[in-house]
Design a protein around this ligand. Structure first.
Ligand code: ZN
Length: 84
C-alpha cells in the first residue's frame, strides 16, 4: 500500500492489522499506546481509523438490540406484512 510509514514504532499496515482489536479493546495497554501514538502522528491512519470507528460503532449499535426484542420486532414486521 502507498501509505506505509513508521510512526511511533508501528507501520501503517501494523496499525490497520490491529485496528479491529483496538476497537474491540483487545489490545494490551502498550499496544493501545502505540496505536494511539501512530494515529496522532499519521494523518492517513487517523482519517482511516476514525472512519473505521464510525462504521464499527454503527454496527455495534445495530447489533446491540436486546436479544428478547428480536422475535418481537420480527413478529410485528410479519403482522405488518400480513396487513398489507
Ligand atoms: Zn499510518
Amino acid at each position: 500500500m502507498a501509505h506505509d510509514r513508521e510512526v511511533a514504532g508501528l507501520r501503517c499496515t501494523e496499525v490497520l492489522a490491529r485496528l479491529s482489536d483496538y476497537l474491540d479493546g483487545d489490545l494490551s495497554p502498550e499496544e493501545v499506546a502505540q496505536v494511539q501514538g501512530h494515529l496522532r502522528g499519521c494523518d492517513w491512519c487517523e482519517r482511516f481509523g476514525s472512519q473505521m470507528g464510525e462504521v464499527v460503532g454503527k454496527l455495534r449499535r445495530e447489533l446491540a438490540t436486546p436479544p428478547d426484542a428480536g422475535p418481537d420486532v420480527a413478529r410485528r414486521l410479519m403482522e405488518r406484512l400480513d396487513l398489507d
